[in-house]
Ligand binder design. Structure first.
Ligand SMILES: Nc1ncnc2c1ncn2[C@@H]1O[C@H](COP(=O)(O)OP(=O)(O)O)[C@@H](O)[C@H]1O
Ligand SMILES: [Mg+2]
Length: 248
């Protein structure tokens, strides 16, 4: 497997607070990776730094062999890197359909990546996230479950090959979580690389091949889900409360 994303020695400070401390990891193309850690560990900050919403104080981000440490979110989207937000941010006054269609505008070279017309592509995305039946509804009136699905649909608009998902299961019922897991698994099967921040560990561990653990801005573990769920340091920092009692 070729190295796809290489995050090197990232530091990010907010005043006196160090949100990320010498943080490094790599992701290979096609991998499904989970990123976990207690609240305030730095997960969202890491996403913001990788996707160009924040600039790191130091360190490097290499994506597909290119140094993108200073790239803007729209340049990264054009290169195929897209993130979703913990709190969905749709265009509320647009329809579900148009919310997905608008994302295709960020990829002027999309025709090189797909032979589908924009309309065919949007239809396929809407079907993949199960929102085709409500495509003419305004995003502003969708319930939480559908909003989370729309977030997944919108993210596919630029035809990405790396998706960073911030808590895709948050606020969902068990049934909805299973649906989102299935959608994410399908995306991975189509060749997308996924990095997923999640607190719903049991469901996340079933989905991903590798888990990275953040604690106070530092990486404390990186391994297969079954290794991580038995790692002493991880159990102490985080999993102890959340994980062991559920599996007791
Ligand atoms: N824009 C910001 N300004 C100041 N502090 C921030 C900002 N974003 C995050 N932080 C702080 O950085 C730390 C990591 O936050 P965050 O990345 O949101 O954690 P997580 O997503 O793991 O819960 C927290 O202490 C948080 O308060
Ligand atoms: Mg967060």
């Amino acid at each position: 497997m070729t190295e796809f994303l290489d995050v090197k020695n990232i530091y990010k400070h907010f005043g006196k607070l160090s949100a990320l401390i010498d943080f490094s990891f790599t992701v290979n193309k096609g991998e499904l990776v989970g990123l976990i850690g207690p609240n305030g560990a730095g997960k969202t900050t890491l996403f913001n730094v990788i996707t160009g919403f924040y600039q790191a104080n130091s360190g490097k981000i290499i994506f597909k062999g290119k140094d993108v440490s200073r790239a803007e979110p729209n340049e990264l989207a054009e290169m195929g890197m897209v993130r979703t937000f913990q709190i969905p941010k749709p265009f509320k006054e647009l329809t579900v359909h148009d919310n997905v269609a608008i994302g295709t505008l960020f990829t002027p070279h999309r025709s090189k990546k797909t032979s589908l017309s924009t309309e065919e592509f949007v239809r396929r995305v809407l079907k993949s996230v199960r929102l085709y039946p409500v495509k003419e509804q305004l995003a502003g009136i969708l319930g939480h479950g559908n909003l989370k699905l729309l977030e997944l649909g919108r993210a596919q608009g630029p035809y990405p090959d790396l998706l960073l998902l911030d808590e895709p299961f948050a606020g969902l019922t068990i049934g909805e979580i299973q649906l989102v897991s299935e959608i994410l698994r399908n995306l991975a099967e189509q060749g997308l690389t996924l990095i997923i921040v999640e607190h719903k560990l049991r469901e996340l561990m079933k989905l991903v091949q590798r888990v990275i653990v953040l604690h106070y801005g530092k990486k404390i573990a990186d391994g297969r889900p079954e290794e991580i769920s038995q790692d002493e340091q991880v159990l102490k920092a985080y999993l102890g409360r959340r994980w062991s009692h559920r599996h007791a």
